[in-house]
Write a protein that binds this ligand. Sequence first.
Ligand code: HEC
Length: 155
Amino acid sequence: MKKFLLYGTLSLGGLFLLIQLVPVNRTNPPITGEIQVPLAVKKILKTSCYDCHSNETRWPWYSYVAPISWLVAYDVKEGRRELNFSVWQTYTTKRKKKKFKEIWEEIAKGKMPMGVYLLTHKEAKMDTAKATQIKAWTEQETKALSDEKHPKTGK
Ligand code: HEC
């Protein structure tokens, strides 16, 4: 029984060390078209969303320890794919409008920032004051996009 425990512990330890060798992508690609936002809104986005929705991810120490690192890297990858404030200017008007709508929906439903992220980032939690600012901002930007005239047709 003692031997069994010893070997069991050793192989678990070995497995832990082995999985550290699996490469994890923690790159921050270049910022090619950052979103332009009022300072107050930028502060909220930077604190609550940028770690997963920009190319300016602050990689915490546990993002270097497998298997947690795999989860963090996956969330950043999927987060950037859905919405990336660092390449925002490359989005079409249609996509921008859709994203503004989704940003507010996700916050209103309390789905973003992700719950698991809030465990280690208390400051990222949304409150009514912050949510109200985000709502006003998304509405204003959506309206500005709708008022934009098409460069060719002028409509
Ligand atoms: C810990 C990482 C993380 C943080 C922090 C985070 N998100 Fe996300 N977000 C994700 C991931 C992963 C997805 C894609 C999977 C999903 O939809 O759940 C996503 C999806 C989204 C989507 C697309 C949802 C859809 O309709 O498919 C929006 C919009 C969004 N996030 C907004 C935000 C905003 C706004 C914040 C900050 C207030 C934020 N997120 C914070 C990880 C994050």
